[in-house]
Ligand binder design. Structure first.
Ligand code: URP
Ligand code: ZN
Ligand code: ZN
Length: 464
């Protein structure tokens, strides 16, 4: 199955790459292939797809006095289990730090640790003369996209002046600007008022981060990008009004893109309100979960069909309850933001095929092919074709996946809970190859830390 169609075929892997895609039972120069290869993986009745590309993860992200609980080792192992064979993680520069030091620190964390291939975006968390200059070196490092934050004043935040300067630089260099589009200063006012009123439970995180502030920031980002001729990619879109801004911009010829995440398709603010005690903390992420009554989730699915949103990443940013989420027991503002899903994206999105929300081809496009094209990896990743890396998943539509950590369930992410506890999904990741090596099959996990290589990325194939 590719982004454009499906056909019965045999896939011939030679070493780390795909050698041929052949009609079933083909002979090659008179040789019976099955008799001459080292290993045959029987995928009869199953889907063979390019490995998932998760273009938004945060292994070991420092946040709120703690750090995301998956290391590159545990996080990429979990990714492999779930059929994701490439991650693009965010290297971090904060105000006062040097961009290239941030990138070097991320290489140190990841090198020799990853089970699957990995690449980096650069967070530019302090836009100043030094960091603008440093951005000139990113493309040569294979880092062709960077992220700005309109949220989190005092942490990663960029004001409009900084955004304009960074976008001008990015437009010159061909870097894709990724935007966390929420009006942080306004959110902080609302959050402080809520806490003062005694509304300090996890649910109020979502109330403070009102959809109006996502819509407003999305619009502002679009217009600043238009002004500076910078292509724009809005991350973790959750409000239908933000999607409407993106749709309007695209209809008017602006080069803007958006991703959503599984949590914004399946989970809601109402469920968070209904969660007992502090349980709702497991769903504290930014942008927040939105109201189902307001129809945001349905609108995200619709936007994935109409291409108003182009792809699905996880924003994998796991924190344990114990010692991490619990930092915000008395005040939701101190709950580290993030949900862990790197292991579940392929299954959760396949569920959209099962329920008729998206086609089989669109599933592959949203989870593998478009992420590869968007972030300059296509050809190596995102496709099963001669010359491509042999990142291949055999997916069993007749299989079943029970997600969670309780009662015999075991995920592989380093988390003491699951945001997806109890999810039952039709479909199952059967076999996973990373550059020709079987890393997961019926017998279990065969991967190893250090198999995964750093990927220098080309410019986005969506630049014009
Ligand atoms: O809640 C989230 N999304 N945490 C990770 C940081 C970010 O803004 O992507
Ligand atoms: Zn963000
Ligand atoms: Zn993120």
């Amino acid at each position: 199955v590719s982004a454009t169609g499906r056909t019965p075929a045999d896939v011939l892997v030679d070493g780390e790459t795909i050698a041929a895609v052949l009609a079933p039972g083909s002979t090659l120069l008179g040789f019976d292939l099955a008799a001459h290869v080292d290993r045959v993986i029987d995928a009869t009745g199953k889907y063979v797809i390019p490995g998932g590309v998760d273009a938004h993860t945060h292994m070991e992200l420092p946040f709120g006095g703690t750090a995301a609980s998956d290391t590159f080792e545990t996080g990429t192992r979990a990714a492999a289990w779930g059929g994701t064979t490439t991650i693009v993680d965010f290297a971090v520069q904060r105000a006062g730090e040097r961009v290239m030091d941030g990138l070097a620190a991320w290489h140190d964390k990841a090198a020799g640790q990853c089970a699957v291939d990995y690449a980096f975006h650069q967070i530019v968390g302090g836009v100043d003369d030094d960091s603008l200059k440093a951005m000139e070196g990113l493309v040569a490092e294979g880092v062709t996209s960077y992220k700005l934050f309109m949220a989190y004043p005092g942490v990663f935040y960029a004001d409009d002046a900084q955004i304009v300067r960074a976008m001008q630089k990015a437009a010159d260099l061909g870097l894709l600007t990724m935007m966390h589009a929420e009006n942080g200063p306004a959110i902080d006012v609302l959050a402080a008022q809520l806490v003062e009123q005694g509304k300090a439970d996890p649910y109020f995180h979502g109330i403070a981060r009102a959809w109006q502030l996502e819509e407003e920031a999305t619009h502002r980002a679009i217009m600043l990008a238009d002004l500076t001729n910078a292509p724009l990619y809005v991350v973790h879109v959750s409000a239908k009004q933000a999607v409407q801004q993106l749709a309007w911009a695209r209809d008017n010829g602006k080069n803007v893109f958006g991703e959503t995440c599984p949590q914004y398709l399946y989970l809601s603010l109402e469920e968070q309100l209904g969660a007992p005690g502090f349980e709702g903390a497991k769903w504290v992420c930014s942008t927040p979960l939105r109201s189902r009554a307001e129809g945001h989730q349905d609108h995200m699915w619709q936007a994935l069909r109409t291409n108003d949103l182009q792809m699905v990443s996880t924003d994998h940013c796991p924190f344990c309850m114990k010692g991490q989420k619990e930092l915000g027991l008395a005040d939701f503002r101190a709950i580290p933001n993030g949900i862990g899903s790197v292991e579940h994206r392929m299954d959760l999105m396949y569920q959209g095929v099962v329920t008729g929300q998206i086609t089989l081809e669109r599933w592959v496009e949203l989870t593998s092919t478009t992420p590869a094209r968007m972030f300059g990896l296509y050809g190596r990743k995102g496709v099963i074709a001669p010359g491509a890396d042999a990142d291949v998943v055999v997916y069993d539509p007749a299989g079943h996946t029970s997600i969670g950590v309780g009662e015999g369930r075991t995920h592989h992410m380093h988390m003491d809970h699951s945001a997806w506890e109890g999810f039952e999904v039709d479909g199952h990741v059967d076999v996973v190859l990373s550059r020709g090596t079987v890393v997961v099959d019926d017998a279990g996990y065969h991967g190893r830390a250090g198999h995964g290589r750093y990927l220098r990325r080309d410019l986005s194939q969506y630049l014009v």
